[in-house]
Design a protein around this ligand. Structure first.
Ligand code: SAH
Length: 336
């Protein structure tokens, strides 16, 4: 049985059977507002009961963790087949609420420094399972809504392209999130980037770069052997040419590995011609990777070098490390 967000509006009409025609839209809207069938008090009782049966939730909460600052929530969900994923909600003082969604249970990319990569791949998520993460997080958010969605949770979105793109369209058309507020992150799946470039909705693209020469990148991000930097930069160029959207490079700073002056110079040489923005984040600890993140002074120095080379860079605050909810820490185990 499909999860409730894997049913199309037409399939919902079929489930509703003899109900008046306006019902399917009404139920559709309620579902996307995060209401459970038994909370749809504008429906007859018998219909509510039937929907609870016919539209089972795709995600069941296993553990909900909130960080000490109270601004980051992580959910561990169990899917219908028992596979597990995580979703993170981040609330900002500005009022912005960002949800970080998973696109796969596990990940096959095997990046050495990432907890999801260390755990391996379980299965692809459906578009409905991705959308349901946003709906549920939105319902739990302080504002009762979500303003931004980043495809930066477990998994490689562009290795699950059809579901990822279907989810983007659903978030845009059914949840009313503008493409400007959606960001797809990739480790560098070149054919996926080229496909994104050809799509009509202009989402933001983040590329998890971490190394700007093939020798180092091959060792950190195995898919670089298939799509080396020359091909990756060509794809980024195609994407930048197709959409007037911000391209960003993610760079997890690792002590003595990719935080040297030469690394900053190589990165600047790739970022500047593309006008890419760089997000710097000191590496978060994961069980399978022992080298530590760059200490704060080194992070600043790296940023200053990029700045001097004419590249905009932001140092991102690590949120939710105390609940293993920060970048690269999602492993879908019960955690701390
Ligand atoms: N597979 C996609 C989506 C995941 S996004 C991608 O790689 O872009 C998760 C981000 O966290 C990526 O930029 C990833 O490289 C980064 N990351 C992984 N492990 C990390 C760690 N230990 N510390 C900081 N960032 C990490």
């Amino acid at each position: 049985m499909p999860g409730r967000f894997d049913v199309s509006l037409e399939e919902l009409s079929a489930i509703l059977g003899d109900e008046p025609a306006f019902r399917s839209r009404q139920v559709w809207r309620s579902l996307h507002a995060g209401r459970e069938p038994d909370e749809m008090t504008d429906l007859p009782l018998a219909l509510r009961a039937r929907l609870s049966q016919d539209l089972p939730a795709g995600l069941a909460p296993v553990v909900t963790s909130v960080n000490a600052d109270g601004d980051t929530t992580k959910w561990l969900w169990s899917l219908a087949d028992g596979a597990r994923i995580e979703t993170v909600l981040m609330a900002y003082r500005s009022g912005r609420v960002t949800v970080c969604v998973s696109t796969q249970a596990g990940c096959a990319m095997a990046c050495s420094f990432c907890a999801t990569g260390q755990a391996g791949f379980t299965r692809q998520l459906t578009a409905g399972e991705i959308v349901e993460q946003v709906v549920r997080a939105g319902r739990a958010s302080p504002a009762g809504r979500v303003s931004n969605v980043v495809f930066m949770g477990m998994g490689e979105p562009l290795a699950n392209y059809p579901a990822t793109w279907a989810a983007v369209e659903r978030l845009h058309f059914d949840l009313g999130l503008s493409a400007r507020h959606l960001t797809v992150s990739t480790v560098g799946v070149v054919p996926g980037i080229l496909k994104l470039a050809a799509e009509r909705l202009p989402v933001n693209l983040a590329v998890s770069l971490h190394a700007a020469n093939d020798r180092l990148r091959d060792s950190m991000v195995p898919i670089n052997r298939r799509y080396p930097l020359r091909l990756l930069m060509e794809a980024c160029q195609a994407w930048a040419a197709s959409h007037n959207r911000r391209l960003s490079f993610e760079w997890a700073l690792i002590d003595g590995v990719n935080d040297r002056p030469a690394d900053a110079a190589e990165l600047a040489a790739l970022a500047r011609p593309l006008g890419a923005h760089v997000n710097l984040i000191p590496l978060n600890p994961t069980p399978g990777y022992l080298t530590r993140g760059t200490p704060a002074a080194g992070v600043q120095a790296f940023r200053d070098r990029l700045d001097a080379a004419g590249v905009n860079a932001t140092v991102r605050r690590n949120r939710g490390t105390d609940i293993a909810a920060a970048c690269g820490q999602l492993a879908a185990i019960t955690g701390p």
